[in-house]
Design a protein around this ligand. Structure first.
Ligand SMILES: *Cc1c(COP(=O)(O)O)cnc(C)c1O
Ligand code: SF4
Length: 349
């Protein structure tokens, strides 16, 4: 639920002397965290990875020239309210811009939790029509905001409407609810997700401490209903930019039947510089993981290109071409190169 800076002080999450700076941040960006997340925070730890994600700090007031209000160019690809259509075969549908928590690094921080956050019935119907009229759309990604913040009845209406569009193959939900407010994943909510078509749920988790017993139970309710679970993680300085932390997180997710899907380079949203690791550091982390954990635990490290050009893998490359011979040089997990013969029929590189 939305938190007033005074509530954060009362909860012991913010020292009274910081309340003024928090007020200035809250005037600019939405603030909320759930009781489940508040309970995970050790207030005495100034580097607490859960607090860092949800409790505002004065660092957010510093904007850098490379930061943008719309870092991934949603606006450019939005033909109507609630729809972002950047790739031919899939669209984002954003029925709400409210979230149960407001992540301090959010790429949509300029729009989430603000006024006019809900798509009304007529606008939602226009969004469905947009999808119905375009047979090239194969997948609808219900995002936001957090779509599982809607009541089960609204969710069921959305699922039912999408399930009836013949050319759709997949309905995908992106949500933080199973992690940050797991009790909200009730049997009514799980029933609301039932469809003939494949329904996937992608959860957002950044630190192993978020994988609580109630979160695990929520994942289990979803997977028992036949819903494949994937996860996305944002690479965050001071939260999870450590191979040991990522290893425990990804192993934990896989052991709870959640397949790590994307590891995101944090986007260039305003006031988020303190969260960014460099891409070279990200590649080192990914390479370290590659050597030590199961392939099931390896997400794809991606960057959403600023300006709306889409997501691309930016993980370390293990294969190079030897210019003279055209042979490939492949690096093993220890970094030792091995040659692989040139491809017959290929012109020399
Ligand atoms: C991230 C995103 C998607 C989904 O991309 P996948 O690579 O399929 O997960 C779709 N549309 C938009 C606008 C996005 O930002
Ligand atoms: S849950 Fe997602 S959309 Fe909501 S604040 Fe966090 S990153 Fe942004």
């Amino acid at each position: 639920m939305t938190k007033d800076p005074d509530d954060l002080v009362a909860m012991g999450l913010v020292e009274p002397r910081r309340v003024e700076e928090i007020r200035r941040v809250a005037a600019e960006y939405a603030v909320a965290l759930t009781q489940d997340m508040a309970d995970l925070i050790y207030p005495a730890d100034s580097g607490d990875p859960i607090a860092a994600q949800f409790v505002p700090t004065a660092a957010e007031l510093a904007d850098l020239p490379e930061e943008r209000p719309d870092p991934i160019g949603d606006e450019r690809w939005s033909p109507m309210p609630g729809i972002v259509h950047r790739y031919p075969d899939r669209v984002l549908l954003k029925p709400t811009l409210l979230c149960p928590v407001y992540c301090r690094f959010c790429f949509r921080r300029e729009v989430v939790g603000k006024k006019e956050a809900m798509l009304d019935r007529a606008a939602l119907e226009r969004a469905f029509d947009y999808v119905r009229q375009r047979p090239q759309i194969w997948e609808v990604i219900v995002s936001g905001g957090d779509p599982l913040l809607l009541g089960p009845r609204r969710i069921a209406e959305i699922v039912r409407a999408l399930d009836q569009i013949p050319h759709l193959g997949v309905i995908r939900f992106h949500t933080r609810i199973p992690v940050v407010d797991p009790r909200r994943v009730s049997s009514a909510l799980v029933d609301a997700l039932a469809a003939e078509k494949a329904v996937y749920v992608v959860i957002h988790a950044n630190h192993p401490r978020e994988l609580t017993v109630p979160a695990r139970a929520a994942f289990l309710r979803l997977s028992r209903a036949g819903i494949p679970l994937l996860s996305q993680t944002v690479l965050l300085r001071g939260v999870n930019d450590d191979p040991a932390v990522l290893e425990v997180l990804f192993r934990g997710l896989v052991a709870m039947r959640v397949k790590p899907y994307y590891l995101h380079q944090v986007d260039l949203a305003r006031g988020t510089a303190h969260f960014r690791t460099g891409i070279a550091a990200g590649q080192r982390l990914v390479r370290a993981l590659r050597g030590r954990v199961s392939g099931l635990c390896q997400p794809i490290y991606v960057l959403d290109i600023p300006g709306g050009y889409g997501k691309v893998p930016i993980g370390p490359c293990a294969i190079f071409r030897d210019g003279a011979s055209g042979a490939w040089i492949v690096q093993d997990r220890a970094g030792i190169g091995h040659s692989y013969p040139p491809d017959p029929g290929d012109e020399a590189a």
